[in-house]
Design a protein around this ligand. Sequence first.
Ligand SMILES: [Fe+2]
Length: 195
Amino acid sequence: MESIYKKIWQLAIPFYKKGRSYDIIQVRWMMKEGDRIADLEKIDKKLLLPLIILHDVGYSKVKIKDPHIKDKDTKRVHMREGAKIAAKILEQVKYDPELAKIIVRYISIHDNWVFGDDWPYKSSREMALFNDLDFLWVTSSFRAFAANGKSMGLTPKSFYKFWESDEKLTRRPFCCSATQKIFDQSMRRIKQQLT
Ligand SMILES: [Fe+2]
């Protein structure tokens, strides 16, 4: 990964340390997969990677440690605060101001699905891939899966049932075969680990 993204990541880490217990591993996973799939799908990394790296820095301003993953209030706060922090970090690294403006806007609406608004993901390929990765991280390991289920008060078994028919799958279908493949493989792996 180019050094500019590494620099942005270094500036984001202190915020993530104050965020949710799994933010750092989540963003690391999304960066790796985002970098790989952007090459396959010819998606603009100048928008995608800073969006991935900075999208959840706003959890540093949320009082609850690991909030319910569909709670509207925390979603609203973390998007608003995250956009402010991201703007400062992008300015600090002297990121192209035009691109920074778009990234900050994306961050301010990145979880708008929680309010029933899927327009951001339909209007931008970066946002569509971002949303796929944000969703797919949940099944990237059994540990991540269990932690997300726990935030909703669900056991891994009942969370599996919930996740295999999550509204994401029909409202915001996977943007490409690469993300569909990750979903199919990781759900199969999680299923095997359920006892
Ligand atoms: Fe978020």
